[in-house]
Design a protein around this ligand. Structure first.
Ligand code: NI
Ligand code: MN
Length: 226
């Protein structure tokens, strides 16, 4: 399984024929290294409706025909526009031929560019036998521990560290302690001035406090999850 960090919270997870794109904010993303029309996902997942996550979802889905998984209210908005959707809510699991996605809580807010208000989510993404936990945008909350320890072991967690709109890099260390993933990739930082932070300091803080290895990816870089 390979994961490519596309900047902000956007990642592409590739395993066999599955190409799973999460939170595709490319156009207007000052850190993006590619164009949205270079992406060819088989499935698109959204954590919530904010523009820095919703991004190019409509254009990419229209061009590729990829179905979109999102919180039910966002999925309803997309379905009304003619898109193929999966519409879970918290606690729900959607099965795919490559694995499954479980929608879990996040502490944040969410409105789509079209005005749909709904709760924001995190996503547990099982691809083959590797579990990726994309936290979405969230503050630190103690149920992160419950979510991570309830079921399968989390191999890789994608953790926001930029502060201001989400947990900062200090709260994110505690999140990493609670989640207990093998590896963490920091996300949602340095894209805009309010969320600038020191990812290297986060990495050394986590690696001093836990057994978790932190993998810092520059936008466009990939990492293989073994
Ligand atoms: Ni947000
Ligand atoms: Mn965001």
């Amino acid at each position: 399984m390979e994961i490519r960090f596309l900047a902000q919270s956007a990642v592409m997870i590739t395993d066999g024929d599955a190409r799973i794109l999460v939170d595709p904010f490319i156009t207007g993303n000052p850190k993006a290294t590619i164009q949205a029309d270079e992406l060819d996902p088989t499935h698109i997942l959204l954590t919530h409706g904010h523009q820095d996550h919703y991004g190019d979802v409509e254009a990419i889905a229209k061009r590729t025909g990829a179905p979109i998984l999102a919180m039910v209210e966002i999925a309803d908005e997309l379905a009304e526009k003619g898109f193929d959707v999966f519409d879970p809510n918290f606690g729900g699991t959607v099965a795919f031929d490559w694995g499954w996605v479980k929608m879990v809580p996040a502490w944040h807010s969410s409105t789509t560019p079209g005005g749909t208000v709904s709760p924001p989510a995190g996503l547990l993404i099982m691809v083959g036998d590797r579990l990726v936990y994309h936290l979405g945008d969230t503050a630190l909350f103690s149920d992160l521990k419950l979510i991570a320890q309830r079921g399968n072991h989390v191999n890789l967690a994608l953790v926001p560290i930029g502060g201001h709109y989400t947990m900062d890099r200090f709260d994110a260390v505690t999140a990493c302690e609670w989640i207990g993933a093998d590896e963490v990739i920091p996300i949602h930082y340095d894209t805009f001035p309010p969320i600038e932070t020191d990812a290297e300091a986060f990495k050394s803080d986590v690696e001093n406090a836990t057994e978790t290895k932190v993998v810092i990816l520059a936008p466009g870089e990939s990492h293989t999850v073994r």
